[in-house]
Design a protein around this ligand. Sequence first.
Ligand SMILES: [Ca+2]
Ligand SMILES: [Ca+2]
Ligand SMILES: [Ca+2]
Length: 176
Amino acid sequence: MPTNVQEQRLRRRFELWDRDNDGRIERSDWESEVERLLRAFNQPADSQKGQALRSAYLGMWDNLASQAGVKSGDSVDFEQFKNASGKQMLDQGKSGFEKVLRPTIQAILDLADTDGDGQVSREEFRTWIKVAGGDESKAEEAFRRLDTNNNGQLSVEELINAVHKFHSGELDVSLI
Ligand SMILES: [Ca+2]
Ligand SMILES: [Ca+2]
Ligand SMILES: [Ca+2]
């Protein structure tokens, strides 16, 4: 079961998907987030990066739906989302996060990484935060905290840590 702070974080993440505020999220909400990301990073949907992102995101959704015991085309409410996320990643600690999130984080990293050096720069990170519905004013501080080796870039490992820290309440920046 998620702790209180984990539950608050899941609630925030849920609300970011539930744009029509009806208390349910569905596959099309995840598709919309993919589209927003692609637009923000000027990437066509049919490009290799675009397709990789879409398949990682929808793979996460399908996984969530199956954990929640519903069909991929159905919607889930917050309780179902919370319980499925708990089973899927929180209960397994950091390795649970890794398994569920790595493909998606890698796909977003590839998208955000416009200069192709395999890492996310400050500017690329700010764009990502904005699209993910996070608080842009916190991007700079978050970047400094996430860049644990202080090289001015975020690696996929540092980003996985970031999402883990968000959900455990150590960091206030929602990435995914
Ligand atoms: Ca909804
Ligand atoms: Ca880069
Ligand atoms: Ca770094």
